[in-house]
Design a protein. Structure first.
Length: 113
């Protein structure tokens, strides 16, 4: 009898993760960036032009305002985590000079998700 109570308590404490068919949501965090947005970027664009195309960056380093970071993560219902990062660098004149990260300007398709 004591084992049956212990087993039923363990099942109750395990929650919904034990039962198949329970709906799990996808959790998105950060700034969604797609390949079409990155394809619109051109070297020499001003920070205002880049902000119009990309939106405000998620991170701006207070010690280096010439770098903008766009971060995105997606935790899928199956537990898989997808992370994407894009860093934009501006020269001393405030114009776009370099792009680094998971996306490349001029690419035809987005990275594998």
């Amino acid at each position: 009898m004591q084992k049956a109570i212990l087993l039923s308590c363990a099942l109750l404490l395990s929650g919904c993760s034990f039962f198949p068919g329970i709906h799990r949501i996808e959790v998105q965090q950060g700034h969604m960036v797609d390949q079409n947005m990155v394809n619109q970027l051109q070297p020499g664009m001003t920070q205002e032009q880049v902000r119009f195309v990309m939106g405000s960056p998620l991170l701006v380093d207070t010690f280096n305002t010439h770098r903008w970071d766009y971060l995105y993560s997606l935790e899928k219902a199956n537990g898989e985590v997808v992370k994407r990062q894009l860093s934009l660098y501006f020269g001393q004149d405030g114009r776009l000079s370099n792009i680094q990260g998971h996306y490349r300007p001029g690419a035809e398709e987005a990275p594998n998700q």
